[in-house]
Ligand binder design. Structure first.
Ligand code: IPE
Ligand code: MG
Length: 251
């Protein structure tokens, strides 16, 4: 009841404020949330976390956000966490995240990251969901999985060099003409606007190699709550802060 009132009040406060086109979310704190809630099995945190993205996407759509990037797992997570945990995260990616994109008609799916780090079934489920959602125009959802910002820039440079080699251009020529646009257009998901707002949950105050190239102008909001506990009011508050900051800067 009170929560409903507060949500409506926040929505009213957002009227007339600039809305970010692109919000990127670092979904952090699943395991701490699970332990804090008394579950020994941290997979419960991951399951809540995966299902929670569905809610988050609804709140974003309601708020008029048309582009969302969600960090599902880093390249480092894939390499360093034990294989049972990674296996479970991949299972959730297939049965919750890709399944949601198939069912929901709003989001066109993009995948950012090294698909070669993922199990074949996960890579296939994501590719199929992306293919199926290709003609949707209401919103763009990028799942960052097997993702590293540094690797993304390296891979982009590699693509530029590969293309130049294929076109028979000399290295001197490439060095002379290499531009920011060359990198931007060779990122994992080219053509999206840069994130206006990055939200990181769980009280960690780091960017951790997320969207390295794309966030030079992004506002960043850190939130102490663990991802599964992040509520619509927390998003609306972040949007209010963002809106005021942008308005201030445009004056
Ligand atoms: C985020 O939760 C999910 C992934 C990074 C895969 P964590 O698993 O990082 O949970 P904490 O941060 O250890 O609590
Ligand atoms: Mg973490």
């Amino acid at each position: 009841m009170l929560y409903g009132l507060y949500t409506r009040r926040l929505r009213r406060q957002l009227r007339g404020l600039p809305v970010p086109r692109h919000v990127a979310i670092v979904m952090d704190g699943n395991r701490r949330w699970a332990r804090g809630a008394g579950y020994e099995d941290v997979r419960i945190g991951h399951r809540f976390g995966a299902n929670h993205l569905e809610q988050f996407l609804l709140w974003c759509a309601d708020a008029g956000i048309t582009c969302v990037t969600a960090w599902v797992a880093s390249a480092d997570n894939m390499r360093k966490r034990d294989s049972a945990e990674v296996g479970y995260l991949m299972e959730l990616t297939e049965s919750v995240l890709a399944a949601h994109v198939r069912r929901d008609h709003r989001w066109r799916l993009h995948v950012a990251g090294r698909l070669d780090l993922l199990p074949d079934t996960t890579a296939r489920a994501l590719k199929e969901a992306a293919e199926l959602s290709r003609d949707r125009t209401a919103g763009d959802l990028t799942l960052a999985i097997g993702y590293s910002g540094r690797l993304e820039v390296l891979d982009a440079v590699r693509s530029v060099l590969d293309d130049a080699a294929a076109a028979g251009r000399s290295l001197d020529d490439v060095a002379d003409t290499l531009s920011e646009q060359d990198i931007s257009s060779n990122l994992y998901v080219p053509g999206l606007p840069d994130p206006d707002l990055v939200i990181r949950t769980s009280g960690e105050l780091r960017m951790s190699d997320f969207l390295l190239w794309q966030t030079t102008g992004s506002d960043i909001e850190f939130c102490d709550l663990y991802w599964p506990a992040f509520r619509e009011v927390d998003l609306l508050r972040a949007l209010r802060t963002y809106g005021h900051r942008r308005l201030e800067r445009s004056r």
